[in-house]
Design a protein around this ligand. Structure first.
Ligand code: IMP
Length: 193
């Protein structure tokens, strides 16, 4: 089955590729000729994931899936959540987002947080299906590691050994992560079809 992953984030593509069965031919947005920015104007992860996947289906007629991820920090009432990419402004810079997060949390004893991903899939018959995954953890006061992307240098998963996601090889992050959990549900669904 040919399936487009509706994201321009190369890190996400690298994470997802090894999780999919050989029966899926994974296509990038560039491979289907989609060069425009995908709309992402909803106020929930579910809404944004559906909006991106639906856009590709409507404009390119290719079965596809999109993910939307948020970092939900307990002491910040679930922020930055759906606004994680633009937390420190429209420039969407990970460095600025992480700096703002550490500043906001500087006086909070509770540093617990979770990553939550929603994947929306549009099949060749136009039906839409949704899969979610989450990982609990906490925000380290300092950046550790050079791997991964986004908030990875400050996120320590509760099920790990105290290292941040950015200190783990890809396979290890994939063993624990929000996105891999949502994609595992997507794969189980595709396998039943
Ligand atoms: P989006 O799903 O691409 O909209 O991501 C929202 C924000 O969360 C962006 O700032 C990403 O860099 C960040 N993000 C998404 N997934 C991850 C992850 O697996 N680790 C760290 N940060 C992430």
């Amino acid at each position: 089955m040919r399936l487009c992953f509706a994201s321009n984030n190369a890190h996400k593509l690298d994470e997802i590729r090894p999780l999919l069965p050989a029966t899926v031919q994974l296509l990038s947005l560039a491979a289907i000729g989609c060069t425009e920015e995908l709309p992402e104007t909803q106020d929930t992860l579910e809404g944004n994931a559906r909006q991106k996947a639906q856009y590709v289906w409507d404009h390119f007629g290719v079965a596809c899936f999109a993910d939307d991820t948020g970092l939900e920090v307990t002491a910040l009432g679930g922020a930055p959540g759906v606004y994680s990419a633009r937390y420190a402004g429209p420039q969407r810079l990970a460095e600025d987002n992480v700096a703002k997060l550490l500043h906001e949390l500087r006086n909070h004893p509770d540093r617990t947080a979770r990553f939550r991903t929603v994947v929306a899939l549009v099949l060749p018959d136009g039906t839409v299906h949704e899969f979610a995954g989450a990982v609990e953890g906490h925000i380290n006061p300092e950046l550790h590691g050079t791997g991964g992307f986004g908030y990875d240098p400050v996120f320590i998963p509760a099920e790990g050994d105290g290292r941040t996601f950015a200190e783990m090889p890809l396979t290890e992050k994939n063993g624990l992560s929000h996105r891999s959990r949502a994609v595992a549900k997507l794969v189980a669904f595709l396998n039943q079809k």
